[in-house]
Design a protein around this ligand. Structure first.
Ligand code: NAP
Length: 494
């Protein structure tokens, strides 16, 4: 069944070359160029993606812009039905998509499966929630100086064509979390999957198409972001950019898409602040889970831990012990492997190793780990770290947790707030009141009290401040962000 359902998206060779979806058909690019996708697990080539031309982007954009009004005029209940069907197809192909994800981005099977399940649930939830989004009516006489002479009818309308750009680490979920609300609110979508993760991405695009999304309403263009991205986001027919990826790419894209609505989820460099009264076992377990799940390649991963010297000494012993029990690095296809497979490529691993070595040269100490073999980096805990060291100043997208000792908790707040990142922070304390007071002083998107940073549940608001994002997501918030208000004011003749 998967072979038949996905037949037209590739040339069926081994390894396959995938087509791009021009809104009507899956076709090869006239560029004659492709990008190779190799598995981070062992470097084997698993496929090739088309590199589309600027003329092909123009054609996709023209078609998307031309067909968008008809899609927006399609009754919501029909769009909802298509979304539920797409969610069912995602569920139906769970095993197949899980295997693709494991090979393409090196997640463990459990992590990959949970990404697929969560995407289907999210699409259903979006479809249900979209039915309760509606406009409002406001009378004019509330404001001083006005009588009842005006009524504003406030509608929610689409932005037009949404360019949806997903990152490698959740190429299915973070594509679905953009495509679903955009379509439900009446936008057309031009989807640009990540190159690594693009094979999973083109499969998702085919699912939307097969679920009944009409011609032109969704398209899927592939090619390296650095080659096609600027043209895509700066395109005059792009009505909105929904992007997840690194802060540096986010800053670059924002500069190329002036005056367009932006919904960005960017880098996180999330701290865990452990107060002396915390349940240290709980904090250690959450730090291990938070720092090492999916080899630390989560925007919500814990990257550094702040506490007094005594607190950190207690934590270090517990974290190193739990790490040995809960985490095992290895081939993510093996059931023995727990949490840590390869990072996305050997080049990235080498880069992270360099940051570790530079930090050690500057005085950090390796409590555990620190070694690399190709794309595999040992889960690493560093102590005696200072905020200006590369392992904390940069977002290290790998299995590394850095311990920073502070003189007092005012210093901890100062360090968190001085960071250019501001996605999430965790505070561990047995006293929720203290946690609340502490949380209110942190300039980040969300604060977790007694838990590691996380995105879910997906109907909670999710946002980053500073270089960590623009706008708010979460089911209702994403639907609102994927639409705008259109007030129509009726002036009654006096
Ligand atoms: P990335 O290198 O910034 O790439 C993200 C996406 O942008 C990819 O599809 C990439 O395409 C594309 N891209 C690159 N340059 C572009 C350009 N000039 N114009 C348009 N698109 C361009 O990020 P990544 O390595 O895939 O993902 C990891 C990063 O994402 C981390 O920083 C992580 O924290 C962040 N992230 C944040 C969240 C959040 O919710 N805040 C969630 C997940 C991940 P190519 O792949 O073809 O280069």
């Amino acid at each position: 069944m998967p072979a038949e359902f996905f037949a037209e998206i590739s040339d069926q060779k081994t390894p396959p070359t995938y087509n791009y979806f021009n809104g009507s058909q899956w076709v090869p690019s006239s560029s004659g160029k492709t990008t190779q996708v190799a598995s981070p697990i062992d470097g084997s080539v698993i496929g090739f993606l088309q590199v589309v031309t600027t003329a092909e982007i123009d054609a996709v954009m023209d078609k998307a812009a031309a067909s968008q009004p008809a899609w927006e005029a399609t009754p919501l209940h029909q769009r909802v039905k298509i979304m539920h069907l797409a969610a069912d197809w995602v569920r139906h192909f769970e095993e197949y998509l899980t295997t693709l994800l494991v090979n393409e981005v090196g997640k463990t099977a459990d992590d990959a499966k949970s990404e697929i399940k969560r995407t289907a649930d999210l699409m259903d939830y979006f479809a249900d929630e979209a039915q309760s989004i509606h406009g409002e009516e406001i009378d004019s006489d509330n404001f001083p100086g006005y009588d009842k002479g005006r009524i504003a009818l406030i509608e929610r309308v689409a932005h037009g064509v949404v360019v949806a750009i997903a990152p490698f680490n959740y190429p299915v979920n973070l594509a679905g979390s953009k495509i679903a609300p955009a379509l439900l609110m009446g936008n057309n979508v031009v989807f640009k999957p990540p190159t690594q993760g693009g094979i999973s991405g083109v499969h998702l695009a085919q699912i939307f198409r097969k679920a009944g999304v009409p011609e032109g309403v969704i398209s899927c263009v592939t090619g390296k972001g650095e080659e096609i991205g600027d043209y895509l986001v700066g395109h005059p027919k792009a009505g909105m950019i929904a992007f997840t990826g690194s802060s540096d790419t986010g800053v670059a894209i924002a500069g190329k898409a002036p005056m367009k609505p932006l919904l960005f989820e960017c880098g996180g460099n999330n701290p865990a602040v452990v107060l002396p009264d915390a349940d240290m076992s709980l904090a250690a377990r959450e730090i291990v889970k938070g720092a090492f799940s999916y080899a630390g390649q989560r925007c919500t991963a814990i990257k550094y831990v702040l506490g007094t010297r005594e607190t950190l000494e207690t934590l270090e012993t517990l974290v190193v012990k739990m790490l040995a029990e809960l985490v095992k690095m290895g081939d993510p296809r093996s059931p023995e492997t727990k949490m840590v497979g390869p990072v996305i490529s050997a080049e990235v691993a080498e880069h992270i190793e360099k940051f570790i070595n530079e930090s050690v040269a500057a005085g950090a100490k390796v409590a555990v780990g620190g070694k690399r073999n190709g794309a595999y980096l040992e889960p690493t805990v560093l102590t005696s770290v200072r905020p200006e060291m590369p392992v904390v100043a940069q977002e290290i997208f790998g299995p590394v947790a850095s311990f920073i000792a502070v003189a007092d908790y005012t210093e901890a707040i100062r360090i968190v707030n001085a960071s250019r990142f501001g996605l999430q922070a965790s505070v561990f304390t047995k006293d929720e009141g203290t946690g609340l007071v502490f949380a209110k002083q942190l300039n980040v998107g969300s604060v977790q009290i007694n838990g590691s940073p996380q995105r879910g549940p997906d109907h909670f608001p999710f946002l980053g401040v500073k270089h960590s994002g623009i706008g708010v997501q979460g089911v209702r918030y994403s639907l609102e962000a994927m639409s705008r208000l259109r007030p129509i004011v009726i002036n009654k003749p006096q």
